[in-house]
Design a protein around this ligand. Structure first.
Ligand SMILES: Nc1ncnc2c1ncn2[C@@H]1O[C@H](COP(=O)(O)OP(=O)(O)OP(=O)(O)O)[C@@H](O)[C@H]1O
Ligand SMILES: [Mg+2]
Length: 383
């Protein structure tokens, strides 16, 4: 398909990479900043996820790419062409809405084959695609049902089939698995990714579920309060969070507050409350800086009794839970700080509440961030 954009002819479906440059969208006369100066590049055939807590601006970002909302500022390109002002129907996009928005007066079959027929594809081709997509979401046997007769999860699968059937190379998915049961959701994640890869589509997927984002994406953009904090592969975000909130939102972290007490060529020593010292390889802070150390629960080791060693903190067990694959243990240290330790259950000794233990972590396994201006607790809230 070709689209006239100003003086340029744009083959949208040929090159569905997406660029957002300095894009801002406010509502309520500027009082709500839904999307705040966002830059985002999505490569051709990439599976990119916008991940962030409720209200952070994910849907608004997606709607601007689709042309359903016009930005106040900034520019959006699909392929070579700037799409500002271009109506949604000319952007050649498959869209799955957060509230699956099926046509209520059409049965499943008509919903799914609507796009192909509108595009003028012949009946045989439209039927073939309709069947393929419905089999894919495992609802081919429900072609005669109307949306009201289906569960939320089924409607979501139909919405996905309908978006795919229209044949667009750019797929925008707003919480497409949100209404499904956990088990189907996990299965469909992999199928959805495989499908996007097999069909060589570009996908922008919105979710607030970090597990889903990690499993499905080539790259994830972590959003918060209208801004993108970090974009990276799941591994990059997990191994090298560049922001306190990313360390909190991707995976899990323990946070310990302290001051930098000594910086040497080899390491940075940080003093926690109560004079406890820990060593890190941080290179970004200087003496007396107030900092927060983040340590993943699965990086911590735990031993009974009081042991001396590097980054060994003494404390007692406050909670101990068996969770199947892992055990989860909450420790209160002698300085009043606490941490969660997660260990593979098969490798863990049972610990009783009140048991005295030593928790340790390797110097290279922590992240050090500047102490946030508005306080740690505020910085980590999901609002
Ligand atoms: N049409 C609108 N009018 C006024 N405010 C809006 C409108 N659309 C979105 N907002 C506000 O913009 C902010 C971002 O909303 P958005 O729907 O993009 O968030 P989201 O990340 O998709 O959240 P969720 O995970 O809950 O779907 C919110 O504060 C929301 O209330
Ligand atoms: Mg939303």
């Amino acid at each position: 398909m070709q689209v006239q954009v100003g003086s340029r002819i744009l083959g949208v479906s040929e090159m569905p990479d997406v660029k957002m440059l300095n894009v801002t969208k406010t509502f309520d006369k500027g009082r709500i900043v839904a999307v705040d100066h966002v830059d985002l590049f999505v490569h051709d055939k990439e599976y990119l996820t916008l991940l962030g807590p409720s209200g952070c601006g994910k849907t608004t970002t997606l709607r601007m790419v689709a042309g359903l909302v016009e930005p106040d500022e900034g520019e959006i390109y699909i392929g070579e062409g700037r799409v500002s002002g271009l109506p949604p129907e000319d952007r050649d996009i498959g869209y799955v809405f957060q509230q699956y928005a099926l046509f209520p007066h059409m049965d499943v079959w008509d919903n799914v084959t609507y796009g192909p027929l509108v595009k003028g594809w012949n009946e045989k081709k439209s039927e073939g695609i309709g069947r393929e997509m419905l089999e894919l979401v495992r609802l081919y046997e429900r072609t005669d049902a109307f949306p009201r007769e289906l569960s939320g999860g089924m409607q979501q699968r139909i919405a996905l089939a309908r978006a795919l059937a229209a044949g667009a190379k750019l797929l925008l998915l707003d919480e497409p698995l949100g209404a499904l049961d956990a088990k189907i959701r996990n299965e469909l994640r992999y199928e959805l990714r495989k499908l996007v890869k097999d069909l060589e589509l570009t996908a922008i997927h919105v979710t607030h579920d970090q597990g889903e984002a990690m499993a499905i994406s080539d790259r994830i953009a972590v959003m918060r309060k209208g801004k993108i904090l970090q974009v990276g592969t799941p591994q990059e975000l997990y191994m090298k969070p560049q922001h306190l909130f990313v360390a909190h939102f991707i995976g899990e972290s323990n946070f310990l507050e302290g001051y930098v007490s000594k910086v040497t060529k080899k390491e940075t020593v940080i003093e926690l409350r109560g004079g406890l010292m820990v060593r890190t390889l941080d290179k970004t802070h200087k003496e007396d800086d107030k900092v927060v150390i983040a340590v993943r629960p699965e990086v911590l080791t735990i031993e009974k009794g009081k042991k001396e060693g590097v980054n060994s903190l003494f404390g007692q067990v406050e909670k101990f839970r068996f969770e199947g694959t892992n055990t989860r243990c909450e420790i209160r240290f002698e300085n009043g700080d606490s941490a969660v330790v997660v260990r593979p259950a098969l490798m863990t000794e049972w610990l009783d509440v009140g048991e005295k233990v030593t928790v340790s972590f390797p110097v290279e396994k922590s992240f050090v961030f500047p102490y946030p201006k508005r306080g740690l607790r505020e910085e980590l809230t999901l609002e």
